[in-house]
Design a protein around this ligand. Structure first.
Ligand SMILES: Nc1ncnc2c1ncn2[C@@H]1O[C@H](COP(=O)(O)OP(=O)(O)OP(=O)(O)O)[C@@H](O)[C@H]1O
Ligand SMILES: [Mg+2]
Length: 346
């Protein structure tokens, strides 16, 4: 029987998840990405790479379970965790030394907005508990606006990417083979073309230092099982469609996005992590959209562009980014929130 506590323990979790995969697929579990491997390596990464990075939560008295590139997870009890979004920014899979002011608050506000908007479509990981009720009063300022109380889920070990437009790695693959993640697309599409319908293009969850790898739907079904793969695909496409329609009414095109799901103790598919933020999606201003060009976006593209032109070899550590580039990036994140949620609360 599944135990929530095991979701973030070490060797026992690996055995557990492999056993779970065997149950799902009826065959020996294929090697999978497991969060905890990344946790161990990534914690080390933070210590060496992010000395001055905003470490918003280092003095929380809750036990830290995991440090991702952006979020930290803390144990509340066997069923619940505190998820805290820092101001860290990762580009080309390296975490910058410099935080982006208030980025974690913006990401938390954007996610909260979407969880509300999409409520009822798919169960989500929010417990509804107040942060004030699980964090000591003296520590509240450390997490204000950047923390939520979430259900402790067993992560589904694929990234659920939906693409509505042809860009990035999808555009690269299409130019070579006329496909994206093995899905045949009509001939004659250009960069940033709108696809005839949104497509589900999963990827692996890479170990730290590695890049997520696009995989076919068939491979996704091998990893997580046919039934679960179909549920993840259908939920992701429905969420994307609803969100894209709403965002367009606010002048934003959601070119693509990545969802993450987990299973609760009853095996219910549950939306988790961040939802439709500038970190997990490409948002384009609709009025600047033009087929055949890669439109500007409300995300870290500004920093990526600066890093690309700096001649950096994309190995850690990243070079020092000028303050005006940092400030512009912070402004772009805020603009995404303001446009989507009509909110200036951060
Ligand atoms: N409710 C939940 N239960 C279990 N794990 C969760 C839950 N919500 C989020 N997570 C996990 O917490 C981690 C958050 O970390 P973070 O967002 O910094 O990403 P990351 O691990 O560096 O990876 P990525 O770049 O793919 O987002 C992710 O690994 C995510 O899968
Ligand atoms: Mg993440």
């Amino acid at each position: 029987m599944w135990q929530p506590q095991a979701a973030f323990s070490t060797q026992s979790s690996r055995t557990l998840i492999n056993r779970w995969l065997q149950n799902q697929t009826g065959e020996p579990g294929s090697p999978v990405f497991f969060d905890n491997d990344r946790h161990r390596q990534q914690s080390h990464c933070f210590r060496t790479l992010t000395g001055i990075c905003m470490s918003t939560t280092s003095s929380l008295s809750l036990k830290k379970l995991y440090s991702g590139k952006v979020r930290d997870l803390y144990e509340i009890d066997g069923q619940r965790m505190l998820m805290v979004a820092s101001d860290r920014l990762s580009a080309f899979d390296v975490i910058l030394d410099q935080p982006i002011p208030d980025k974690g608050k913006v990401l938390t506000a954007v996610s909260a907005f979407w969880f509300g908007k999409l409520k009822g479509m798919v169960p989500d990981h929010l417990t509804g508990d107040r942060v004030e009720d699980v964090v000591a009063a003296a520590e509240l300022p450390l997490v204000a606006g950047r923390a939520v109380v979430v259900k402790r889920l067993r992560p589904v070990p694929v990234e659920a990417i939906v693409r509505g437009y042809l860009v990035g790695s999808g555009w690269k693959e299409y130019q070579l083979s006329g496909t994206v993640c093995g899905i045949e697309l009509p001939a004659g599409l250009q960069e940033a073309s709108r696809l005839p319908e949104p497509i589900f293009t999963p990827s692996t969850k890479a170990e730290v230092g590695d890049h997520d790898e696009n995989i076919s739907y068939a491979r996704c079904a091998e990893i997580i099982g046919r039934d679960l793969a179909a549920r993840v695909r259908d939920a992701s496409i429905q969420l994307y469609q609803a969100a894209a329609e709403y965002a367009l009414s606010k002048g934003i095109i959601i070119a693509d996005t990545k969802f993450e799901f987990g299973l609760d103790e009853d095996g219910i598919l549950t939306l988790m992590d961040e939802v439709l933020t500038p970190d997990s999606s490409r948002f384009w201003p609709a009025d600047e959209y033009a087929e055949g060009t890669n439109p500007p976006s409300f995300d870290k593209q500004i920093i990526r562009n600066w890093l690309e032109q700096s001649g950096w070899n994309k190995q850690a550590p990243a070079p020092h980014v000028p303050q005006d580039v940092i400030d512009l990036t912070a402004a772009k994140y805020r603009e995404a929130l303001e446009r989507l949620a009509d909110s200036k609360t951060v």
